[in-house]
Every structure is written in structure tokens, then in C-alpha cells.
Design a protein around this ligand. Structure first.
Ligand SMILES: [Cu+2]
Length: 294
């Protein structure tokens, strides 16, 4: 009898914990309410089955507890029962999976007015690239990555010249404007995740993966890497600021385009070269003075 009571306590305790839990998801700040709906559906189906199975066990414990002179029935096979259970399980699994597939279909169908944003993951941090006035990101390749070209943008691609480079962990987004996140990784698997947006995906080296969302609440949110990527994994924290169009444009204007970046690097390099030439001249001058004095 005590076993039955313990089982009952487990059911009541589990439901109470679910209802009064101190841990619940953060407020949503994007269009993906459907993600929350599918999780709630999973709670209902999974929770419902859990309660039914536990109640059935409690029933069996009380109903079929040991009594002298009572014999158990031997029933190795029951076709009817098996068929029923198979169908019920199949329907349950389909109900769990089908809504997720519908949401996934939306998740990868990007609206035409979305801004492309490249998120480049590395051990251990993030960099971002946004399209310039042509609204197109230039093609890129890891082979092109160097000190002068941190994103590996293709130098021959005219679309890449006006791309805006953000070498900071802070990304800004415009409120109510959909964004297509294009994920790249230059080393291992990472995962760009902002809990409030309910959207995430792996960044896989050698492949560009993507998803979209529409931020709909102003504020600052934390970016996390949701794929264990080495000893510095914990340090892949960054922030996303969602703001109105005016402020967003202001922020955007503060950043360099790839052309600006190249020009700046060229200037720095020629300065460096000039310095080396000057230094070499000084050296040879001194050497000749030394020779003369000898
Ligand atoms: Cu990572």
C-alpha cells in the first residue's frame, strides 16, 4: 500500500513543481511564440502520459496486491491490446513531432525584406558583417582570412566592398525588422543563441547555415554560445541591442566598410614600411660613421 501512496505523492509533487516552479523561460522578444507553443504541447502530452502511467501503476498496486489463494493469469500475448497500444503511441509521437516540423518550415523560410547578417564564430568570440547600400553581402572564404581581411571577403566581389564590418561583440538590430542570420565558423562547432529570441542554430566550419527572426522588443539581450566549443566556451558571451530605426541607423553609421578598412590597413602598412626604411637608413648611416671613425 505504501508503494501506491509514494507513487501518488510523486504525481502530485511533479505537477505542483511544474506549476509553482521558480524556473521558467525569460520573456519572449521575437516573433517565435510558436517555439514556446510546441514546448507547452510537449509538456501537455509528456505530462499527460506520465500522469496516466503513474495512475495506472497506483491502480494496479491497490487492485492486484498479494492475497492468499489468488492466482495470476498467464497471458503471454494479447494482439488486440498490442495493436491499440501501438496506435496510441504512434499518434502520441506524431502529435509531438508534427507541430515542430510546421514551425521548422517557417523557421527556414526567410521573408524577402529580411536583412542579411553574417555571424562569424571563432574560438572564442563573435564578429558580425552587415550588407552595405547594395543590401548584399560579398562572398567570402576562409582561405582569404588574414590580418588585413579578418572576414575573408572575396576581393574580386564588388558586393563585398561596402559590407560593414563589426569587430565587436555587440550587435545592434532594428526593432520589427526581420533578420536572416548567416552563420560561419572558422574553427569548431559553435551555436549563436539569444534565449529571448527563441532561435538558435549551429555554426559549422565549411558551411553557411541560416535562420531568421524578427526582434520585437527594445532592449539589450545576452548572446550565448550553445555548443561546447573548448576551454574558452564560457567566454563567448556577447550582447544584442534591439532599438528603433533612428538609433539603429546611427549605430550603423559608426562602423567601417570593407573598403574603408582596406584603405586604413594600406595606410598603416605603408607607414610601417616607411618606418622600416627610415630605420634601415639610420642603421647604415651609423655603420658608415663607425667605419670612418675606425
Ligand atoms: Cu562557441
Amino acid at each position: 500500500m505504501w508503494t501506491g501512496i509514494v507513487f501518488l505523492a510523486v504525481i502530485v509533487g511533479s505537477i505542483a513543481f511544474h506549476v509553482f516552479t521558480p524556473w521558467w523561460w525569460t520573456d519572449i522578444a521575437s516573433n517565435w511564440g510558436a517555439m514556446d507553443d510546441t514546448i507547452i504541447l510537449t509538456f501537455w502530452i509528456g505530462g499527460g502520459v506520465f500522469i496516466l502511467v503513474c495512475l495506472f501503476m497506483v491502480y494496479c498496486i491497490f487492485k492486484f496486491s498479494y492475497k492468499e489463494n489468488r492466482k495470476a493469469e498467464y497471458k503471454p500475448e494479447d494482439k488486440k491490446l498490442e495493436t491499440r497500444l501501438t496506435w496510441i503511441t504512434a499518434l502520441g509521437v506524431a502529435a509531438l513531432l508534427a507541430p515542430g516540423l510546421l514551425v521548422w518550415n517557417e523557421y527556414i523560410r526567410v521573408p524577402p525584406n529580411a536583412i542579411n547578417i553574417e555571424v562569424m564564430a571563432w574560438q572564442w568570440g563573435w564578429k558580425y558583417r552587415l550588407p552595405g547600400e547594395d543590401n548584399k553581402l560579398g562572398t567570402s572564404s576562409v582561405k582569404n582570412i588574414s590580418d588585413d581581411n579578418p572576414f575573408g571577403i572575396n576581393n574580386d566581389d564588388p558586393h563585398g566592398k561596402d559590407d560593414i564590418l563589426i569587430e565587436s561583440s555587440e550587435l545592434h538590430l532594428e526593432k520589427n525588422r526581420p533578420v536572416k542570420i548567416l552563420l560561419r565558423s572558422i574553427d569548431v562547432l559553435h551555436n549563436f543563441y539569444v534565449p529571448q529570441f527563441r532561435a538558435k542554430m549551429d555554426a559549422v566550419p565549411g558551411v553557411i547555415t541560416y535562420y531568421w527572426f524578427e526582434p520585437n522588443k527594445n532592449g539589450e539581450y545576452e548572446v550565448l554560445c550553445a555548443e561546447y566549443c573548448g576551454v574558452g566556451h564560457y567566454a563567448m558571451r556577447a550582447s544584442v541591442v534591439v532599438q528603433d530605426k533612428k538609433d539603429y541607423k546611427k549605430w550603423l553609421a559608426q562602423h567601417k566598410t570593407f573598403s574603408n578598412y582596406l584603405a586604413e590597413k594600406f595606410e598603416q602598412n605603408s607607414l610601417k614600411k616607411a618606418k622600416i626604411v627610415k630605420f634601415n637608413n639610420l642603421l647604415s648611416n651609423e655603420k658608415s660613421i663607425l667605419k670612418e671613425s675606425n
